[in-house]
Design a binder for this molecule. Sequence first.
Ligand code: HEC
Length: 190
Amino acid sequence: MCSKAVKWSAPILVAAAVAAAAISAAAAQVVSSDKLVQERQRDMKAMAAAAKRINDMFKGTSPYDAKAFKAAAESIRAHSGERLSSLFDGSVTAAGSKASSIIETERPKFHDLAAELGVYASALSIAANRNPDVLGPEMRMQGGDAMMGGPIARKPQATRDVASIPAEHAFHMMLQTCTSCHAKFRLQTE
Ligand code: HEC
């Protein structure tokens, strides 16, 4: 009776084992994509916090501190480019993520925006080196720079003359890069 029971249950055990393996593989996948989504969102939040610190210094709501300014710029730079792109490799959409599947079909544009972010962040980091004590007038947008939307506005070639524009202008261009990427590649639903 005992051996009969074993015979009986063997196929069931095999089936159960296969099912269990399938379930744990699926669970592992959910966990890993969950982790990736959390990482993306954590990175994005870190960039938002860093951008706010820089913004507060331009606004004068917190005192200029070249080291803190540079650290914030470096944080954004470190989270940009390849690092940013790689968090959206492969299949992009996932539960809890607002990443749009358009990323998969327009990767070059996504990569460009991620890289552009790094170029502006580097320019800000260099500006902090050049201005160790005060957020001086040469860091400020003025004249034509302030009229970014006007006829004399020119969008600097991200890789070419970004170092020659005032830091505040580079900062605004950087925020526009955040916004452009979100407008195109982040789902707008709440
Ligand atoms: C190359 C594209 C791209 C750039 C550039 C970019 N983002 Fe994002 N951002 C995304 C995508 C896609 C998501 C949605 C991620 C998700 O939910 O998986 C996102 C989400 C976010 C979120 C929400 C995170 C959360 O907790 O859900 C914040 C905040 C954010 N970004 C801030 C920024 C800031 C600030 C910048 C610029 C300094 C920036 N992003 C630049 C693509 C970008």
